[in-house]
Design a protein. Sequence first.
Length: 292
Amino acid sequence: MRHGHFGSLALSWTNPGTTDWRWTRLVRKTGGYPTHWRDGFACYEGKLSAYTDIGLANGTTYYYGAYTCDHAGNYSAAVTTYGTPAAPAPTANFTAAPVSGSATLTVNFTDTSTDSPTSWAWDFTNDGTNDSTAQNPSYAYSSAGTYTVKLTATNAQGSDSEVKANYITVTAGGQQSQTWVASTGYSSTQGANQWYYKEWTGSAYQNMTWNAGNGWWNGTYTTCIVGNSWQHPENYLSARTWVSPQTGSTRITGTVTLQNSLSDGTVASIYQNSRSCGVREPLPMAPRNRTT
């Protein structure tokens, strides 16, 4: 006698075959069965043998009594039943903002699925891999391109997927300017703050060794040093090496000075990989040592 679907229940019954039968009244209640023909909401009265009760709350159990009435106004005992309408499988849908911009672009996704999904699977690049199970996630697109997004929404009744083709457009982003200062980035760890401390042997660069007692880097020769804001070559050239963390252009600025009047001259050279970018001689004298 019962069949449930979203927000409604379909009910059917057998009417009396007597000539004294006038109509059938269908009474609905929650919390228990009707005890008489006026105990509850009369959702139907007539001579049909089926009725679909609509506008019901999913998950709520409804109790029904079917009463027949004769021409004298007398009602029979009820034939009873009950039903609980359940939500159907969800209809998946979503929105996102922003849907375009430069990399890295962080997009906030909002689930707008209907029919009460209880779980979500997001594929932000439609590559077959689920990237998030949150209802309203965010995703950062780091590479330029056009992206198709898929959401699968699920509840106890089933699942549904929504695919928005070419939904997110990411353009190449301009990179932010950053400043790297040798003295403030100075560290006892090679590579910290993008700085490395090396010596040039004439054929190769090799790492220096940290001298914890003096707080500087020593090369093969103990007087080949890279300090916080100064350095000194000895047989081998002392070098600070900076490794860029990103692609783009690099502007190098600074001041080269002699430490004291006893210095015999020096040369500061800047190299990109193995290519010389320029030489600065602070004093017009032939240098014995070179600082790189």
